[in-house]
Design a protein around this ligand. Structure first.
Ligand code: BGC
Length: 266
């Protein structure tokens, strides 16, 4: 469980980041000065159905627990959602309840949590966190040839995507919904699709290859970063991929959404 006072971090730079996923809601305190986690990641199941009201109730419970451990009452909270989010309003609901469509999420969550809330697309949050983390540990990007156009893809319940050009995010880049062979890409090549279809790693890599080749042709990124929980198993499928573009596993793996959600508050 999270503890605020584990090391000497000014409480003012700590923010709660929450990543609402298709199966689990993850949360952690993040030091927004450098994007490091402060304590462990907490995780609770996503309610079924994951309506705005049900998710808001779970987030309020999480916040109440974290406040007991020292988070100031007025501290803003960052939330990442698996939906297109424009000006605080959700405009898609591929892997969550259709009730999110048109929901003013900032208004709902600020009211239910009783504090300022920032809401962003989950892959956008993860992409920003991942790119910021890489820039911090490798400032010139020398390990990957100083990439200008970075595409971060998260492989989970769906496929999330974030395009970051010279450090600037192009928000709501929904590449999981590209059609590949008459099917949505995420229905074929997400981590959940691999499990659902009982694919071994080589079979899964073939599907990823088809998807990534298409994406590479359309967008010519300088670097592709593969994230989501499955990225910790990258040794199983990355060696089977062959692209012109360097493809690397996400360094933050499935923590990126939580870290990114908190960073968007900053
Ligand atoms: C949604 C995206 C989301 C991705 C990963 C897709 O189904 O349309 O908004 O980023 O899943 O959760």
């Amino acid at each position: 469980m999270l503890a605020i006072a584990e090391r000497d971090v000014p409480v003012t730079s700590l923010r709660l980041g929450i990543d609402v996923g298709g199966t689990a809601i993850k949360y952690a305190m993040v030091d927004t000065a450098d994007g490091t986690l402060h304590g462990d990641i907490g995780e609770v199941p996503t309610p079924t159905p994951a309506t705005p009201d049900a998710v808001a109730t779970v987030l309020a419970e999480i916040l109440a627990q974290v406040r007991l451990r020292g988070l100031p009452l007025d501290s803003s909270v960052g939330v990442a959602l698996p939906a297109v989010v424009r000006h605080g309003v959700a405009h898609s609901a591929a892997n969550i309840s259709p009730e999110w469509l048109g929901c003013d999420v900032v208004e709902l969550l600020s009211r239910r949590l009783g504090c300022p809330v920032t809401v962003s697309n989950d892959a956008d949050a993860a992409g920003l966190a991942e790119v910021a983390h890489r820039a911090a540990i490798d400032p010139g990007g020398s390990n990957n040839g100083d990439p200008h156009v970075i595409l971060v893809l998260t492989l989970g319940t769906g496929i999330g995507s974030a395009l970051v050009v010279d450090g600037v995010l192009v928000p709501n880049f929904e590449l999981g919904h590209l059609q590949i062979g008459g099917m949505k890409a995420e229905a074929k090549a997400s981590a959940v699709a691999r499990e659902r279809d009982g694919l071994n790693w080589r079979e899964y890599a073939l599907r990823l290859q088809e998807y990534l080749s298409h994406v590479e042709f359309l967008f010519s990124p300088d670097l592709v970063i593969l994230g989501g929980g499955i990225s910790v198993r990258h040794e199983e499928f990355l060696p089977h991929l062959s692209l012109r573009t360097p493809v690397v596993p996400a360094l933050l793996a499935n923590k990126a959404g939580v870290v990114g959600a908190a960073l968007t508050v900053r």
